[in-house]
Design a protein around this ligand. Structure first.
Ligand SMILES: [Zn+2]
Length: 62
């Protein structure tokens, strides 16, 4: 019946968690990230996705 030490809470590294979603605004697509980043509206889906990848890659490379 000893007191069990609580496990140390893992620090939530918010910067490493980037969840990008594509928002459709009519003919435009906007890549938006959970970290607050957002790309300008694009008319090309591949381009919007590419910008989202670039954003995540730039953050990871730091
Ligand atoms: Zn992000």
């Amino acid at each position: 019946m000893g007191s069990v030490p609580e496990p140390p809470t893992a620090p939530t590294d918010a910067t490493s968690d980037h969840r990008v979603e594509l928002l459709e605004r009519g003919p435009f697509l906007i890549a938006r990230c959970s970290c607050g980043w957002a790309a300008p509206a694009r008319r090309s889906r591949p381009l919007a996705r590419n910008e989202a990848r670039t954003h995540m890659a730039a953050d990871a490379g730091g």
